[in-house]
Design a protein around this ligand. Structure first.
Ligand code: BTN
Length: 254
């Protein structure tokens, strides 16, 4: 894999042949030492990749990007941690957008889609000290060269499945880390309004009539109108706004 350097994200780069989970490895590093900000743990073979809400993350060895980035967003109050998730989502979206243009979308809260299918997932694990964040492990899995998927967590796809081309993974990791650095610095310098604007502009099904399902199984038509500061999805249902967390709502696919 080719080497690359950005200002700080990726300056320290652990390229592991195999690991259970790059997130677990990063969290372990944080308990034992003070890794420099922007340290990346990357692997070609993740044996126990972790997904959101306790799920697992499927990734065929050698085919995809699986990496975690250690950052210290201690400038962020804990109740605004969703802003960090937005910045990381936008960075992965920026990369996907550079290949797929308008087909790239962020599905709330932080899945990255091409069209109607999920091409990348993000698992952020924060630690909090007092009222602020202390450290964050931003785990990113991007399906690049995988040709088929065994599991069916919502509609998996890959760069290959979308356009029939195979990619050099290092050639994608370099711009990804640059995008992470750019979005993180945008967040750190307080440019929240442009970040939120970009996030909503990229949001899957934003301001469109769409079918959703409540946790109790009831379907309803609504229109996504925004996201609260704490990251709840705002849906306008018959001209009334309701907010939802991750477990309270499902998107119905057409
Ligand atoms: C999701 O469920 O959508 C989140 C998937 C996150 C997967 C990445 S791969 C690199 C990092 N290490 C992990 O164990 N998980 C994340």
């Amino acid at each position: 894999m080719q080497r690359f350097y950005t200002l700080f994200v990726g300056q320290v780069f652990h390229d592991l042949p195999q690991v259970d989970s790059t997130n677990s490895f990063a969290l372990d590093l944080l308990t034992k030492s003070k890794p420099s900000e922007g340290t990346v743990i990357s692997t070609l073979h993740q044996t126990n990749g972790r997904g959101q809400i306790g799920s697992s993350w499927e990734s065929e060895p050698g085919k995809n990007i699986s990496l975690s980035i250690i950052l210290y967003p201690s400038f962020l109050p804990a109740h605004l941690q969703f802003q960090f998730s937005q910045a990381i989502s936008l960075a992965v979206y920026d990369l996907v957008f550079s290949f797929f243009g308008e087909k790239a979308r962020i599905k709330w809260p932080n899945d990255i889609y091409v069209g109607q299918k999920k091409v990348a997932g993000i698992l952020i694990q924060n630690s909090i000290a007092g009222s602020h964040l202390r450290s964050s492990v931003a785990g990113i899995g991007i399906n690049v060269n995988q040709e088929s998927f065994k599991s069916n967590p919502p509609n998996p796809t890959s760069f290959f499945l979308e356009n029939g081309k195979f990619y050099d993974l290092g050639g994608l990791i370099a711009p990804l880390l640059q995008f992470v650095e750019k979005r993180y610095l945008q967040l750190k310098s307080g440019k929240i309004v442009p970040l939120q604007h970009s996030y909503l502009e990229a949001l899957y099904r934003f301001d469109e009539d769409a079918l959703f399902q409540r946790a109790n199984g009831d379907n309803f038509m609504g229109r996504i109108s925004g996201v609260t500061a704490s990251g709840r999805l705002i849906i306008s249902v018959q001209h009334q706004e309701e907010t939802f967390d991750h477990k309270e709502i499902r998107f119905c696919h057409s």
